[in-house]
Ligand binder design. Structure first.
Ligand code: FDA
Length: 308
């Protein structure tokens, strides 16, 4: 792992910085590139604009590692309101949640109850997606997913290609016809459990993606989403799907709001399923630092805002 990336990921967990950095306007200005705004209205307006370009969307309220049950309850009530707005406004938008936002640090039972409240309100209309956090949550996240997915089959889970075990996790999940969003992985993980060289992560991503295309074709995977901005990888995945005669509309590529916008539009024009994860809210500090760590060149952008 590069020194800058390691530093940024460590800063993402620093409490003092978390409290103080958002006070600076140049930091807030830099964040605005990745957020349409801090409110749900901003996020849903962005979803509507994307829909006009035939691009799908998912929304996610920022925040993680909440500290008491009341906070988790407030998050659930917020998302219940989001689901209601999505339904009443006729949007196709889905939601994506972090389990530590629903109380996983407090108790697995509480977290499961909270997640089920969302799944029940969803009435199977669309998927609720579960983000994957650091590896210390992985086993609990997978088991919880298996339990809720038995009752709500359309529920989706994120898996990280940088983890060496992800192939086995896919083996394990295919028995329940999962929906999987494949990402490279955004946290700081030890070399004993994760690939640390970019080349290794990319080739594992491609191997897993090709497998998911095949599994989806054969019905063992309900839905696969390739969540990456990596154009070379996207080309390889879409090329693989074309060679296997998989319809463009069966291959979904998802990106983050504000990143590779032209590529999102190009995919949608080409008939591929293109979608965007829109995050919103005031708790953007740790999330923003992870985006900087993914592409340290983004730091120049922060520095430019400091100067301007
Ligand atoms: P990579 O980092 O190799 O980037 C490829 C190219 O994309 C770069 O060269 C650059 O051009 C562009 N790019 C990438 N990141 C950029 C950025 N921040 N700013 C500007 N340009 C950028 N992770 C996780 O651990 N758990 C999760 O639940 C999720 N969920 C999730 C959902 C969605 C929809 C996406 C797109 C990503 C996630 N991630 C995630 C994050 C993921 O693990 C990964 O850190 C980022 O997507 C960056 O990796 P890429 O695949 O984009 O490739």
């Amino acid at each position: 792992m590069g020194a800058t990336r390691a530093l940024l990921l460590a800063a993402a967990q620093n409490r003092w910085l978390k409290e103080h950095a958002p006070r600076y306007s140049f930091v807030r200005k830099s964040v605005s590139r990745f957020l349409p705004g801090e409110t749900l209205d901003d996020a849903l307006a962005a979803a509507q604009r994307l829909r006009d370009k035939s691009i799908g969307s998912a929304v996610s309220q920022l925040g993680e590692n909440i500290r008491d049950a009341g906070e988790a309850d407030a998050v659930v009530r917020h998302y219940l309101g989001v689901l209601e707005r999505i339904r009443s406004e006729g949007l196709q938008t889905e939601i994506s949640v972090k389990l530590t936002q629903l109380g996983l640090d407090l108790s697995t039972d509480l977290c499961e109850k909270n997640l089920r409240r969302l799944l029940e309100a969803q009435h199977g209309e669309r998927s609720v997606w579960i983000d994957m956090e650091g590896s210390s949550y992985l086993e609990r996240t997978l088991s919880l997913y298996e339990r809720v997915q038995a009752d709500h089959p359309e529920t989706g889970i994120c898996l990280q290609a940088y983890l060496r075990r992800t192939k086995e996790d896919i083996d394990r999940l295919t028995s329940c016809q999962p929906s999987i969003r494949l990402v490279k992985g955004a946290y700081r993980e030890a070399a004993s459990i994760a690939f640390t060289k970019r080349r290794e992560v990319d080739s594992n991503y491609l191997r897993l993606a090709e497998r998911l295309v095949d599994e989806q074709r054969q019905g063992a995977v309900r839905r696969a989403i390739f969540a990456t901005h990596d154009r070379a990888l996207i080309q390889q995945i879409t090329g693989f799907a074309a060679a296997k005669r998989v319809l463009e509309s069966r291959i979904e590529v998802q990106m983050l709001y504000g990143i590779q916008t032209q590529e999102q539009e190009r995919l949608a024009r080409g008939g591929w399923r293109s979608s965007v994860l829109i995050v919103y809210g005031s708790q953007w500090y740790a999330w923003f630092l992870r985006r900087l760590a993914e592409r340290p060149a983004n730091l120049w952008f922060v520095v430019r805002n400091l100067a301007g």
